[in-house]
Design a protein around this ligand. Structure first.
Ligand code: ZN
Length: 457
């Protein structure tokens, strides 16, 4: 058995690893590349393998950087089964439909501004492509060993990253490969802690925060409270770019838990997401996957996802109405890295204001608008226009959906004996730091995956 790395090999998006085992080809993840325009242009390139020759696809979770190219794979000839957790299967439908519609409106905008002689821009994929994709999905529960093709068995273990997120254990040819997927931090709201896995012949592990540790929970709670307090005194708005799936539900849960401490009753809270209501409903249907605390809270009234001053903007008119508000609004909108979606409209309206506060609660990949803002850009370009940035920017690491260096080290330390390790899903600085720490402590060889690299299991 061997693995070939074709995505998230030196970056954090576009997750895609190809397993050759028992004469079969099983793809792990097929994510969208996100970042700069040049990076995103790579999504339309041919796959480095023939999609029709794949036997099965296994998806770790429903974030778009892990599933966003699946409709392209299907469009280009993949007809095999797509295995993922039940909750991921439901989330996937919502996520991919949203991507299809965003991609259609991006193409429309680009074609409007197109110069004579330039080729027409096509959407990446359509709603029909998504429907065809969903027909191939075969949902799995956690902890059930299943033959995905003859000779290759898989089990999904709770990764505690978003609802339905999985660590993938894969057995073939008498060997065992483990793919961490994205690992959540311990004690994350709503979800359980990542499952401890004890044995692997080769481990593929994410390394998003391989070079740093998050602030602890109480400190993070204070930090957010301070930001809301300052923003209230500045009479400005608070903008929070957040992934519609995962981060948004956890934010609302935190809002409910720290309602009084953060004095949230005086704000108007907007969830500007056409997906939000659907995703909250999916979370509700799967409350059996919550941790004990969230299960208890879920039973109580009012439900944390129905805060009294929460307004959900489901259509474009409701979203545009938020633009009129100059102070006293907390606006949560996607995309999480601000490189698309409705948050861009709110940024256009608020970035020039000194009293506006932009709060980053998730990882901002290289090349994204979010990353440029985090890195302190004075001017940013949105929808073809330049905007001066006067707004105050905050990065709150303690709310991340990814575990940190300590958490990754800890999760790795449970394997006995320490398996050889390939680091994926991380920028080089993060991977090098983590490789150094793990190599030193466990005396194992750590490989940094590169595109096209092959590693034997
Ligand atoms: Zn993820």
């Amino acid at each position: 058995m061997h693995v070939e790395f074709h995505g998230a090999a030196g970056e954090v998006t576009g997750s895609m690893h190809l397993v050759h085992a028992a004469g079969k080809r099983v793809l792990l993840d097929c994510g969208l590349i996100q970042g700069s325009r040049e990076a995103e242009a790579r999504n339309t390139e041919p796959f480095p393998f023939d999609p029709s020759m794949l036997d099965a696809l296994v998806l770790s979770h429903a974030h778009i950087d892990h599933i966003g190219r699946v409709p392209l794979l299907v469009k280009r000839g993949f007809r095999g089964p797509i295995y993922t957790h039940h909750a991921s299967a439901e989330l996937m439908g919502v996520m991919l439909m949203d991507t299809a519609s965003l991609s259609a409106s991006d193409a429309e905008r680009a074609n409007r501004d197109r110069r004579r002689g330039e080729p027409e821009v096509q959407p990446l994929f359509t709603a029909e492509d998504v429907q065809a994709t969903l027909r191939q999905v075969q949902p799995l529960p956690y902890d059930q060993r299943t033959a995905v093709v003859a000779g290759v068995e898989v089990a999904l273990r709770d990764a505690g990253h978003i609802l339905g997120s999985a660590i993938v254990e894969l057995w073939a040819e008498g060997r065992k490969l483990v793919f961490s997927g994205d690992l959540g931090p311990k004690g994350t709201p709503i979800l359980r802690d990542p499952t401890v896995v004890k044995q692997a012949d080769l481990l593929l592990m994410e390394s998003t925060y391989g070079d740093r540790n998050h602030r602890d929970r109480p400190e993070t709670i204070r930090e957010l409270g301070d930001i809301f307090e300052r923003a209230w005194h500045d009479r400005g708005n608070v903008l929070i770019p957040a992934f519609a799936v995962g981060r948004t539900q956890e934010l609302l849960y935190w809002f409910a838990r720290h309602w009084d401490a953060w004095k949230l009753q005086r704000w108007r809270i907007f969830l500007d997401s056409p997906m939000a209501a659907k995703v909250v409903a999916i979370y509700g249907r799967h409350h059996g996957l919550f941790d004990d605390e969230a299960r208890d809270v879920w039973k109580q009234a009012p439900n944390p996802f129905r805060l009294p001053n929460l307004h959900v903007a489901e259509n474009a008119q409701q979203s545009m109405a938020i633009n009129q508000i100059e102070s006293g609004a907390i606006i949560i909108a996607g995309s999480g890295m601000a490189n698309g979606g409705r948050i861009q409209h709110h940024l256009k309206n608020n970035l020039g204001r000194r009293n506006a506060h932009v709060v980053f609660v998730g990882y901002q990949a290289q090349g994204t608008l979010g990353r440029r803002l985090v890195d302190g850009a004075q001017w940013v370009r949105i929808h073809g226009r330049d905007y001066r940035v006067n707004a105050q920017r905050h990065t709150v690491g303690g709310l991340s959906a990814h575990t940190d260096q300590r958490g990754l080290m800890d999760w790795y330390a449970h394997f006995q004996p320490s398996p050889p390790l390939v680091l994926v899903h991380g920028e080089d600085k993060a991977r090098e730091a983590l490789a150094g720490e793990i190599g030193e402590r466990h005396g194992v060889e750590v490989t940094l995956a590169r595109p096209g690299m092959q590693v034997d299991v």
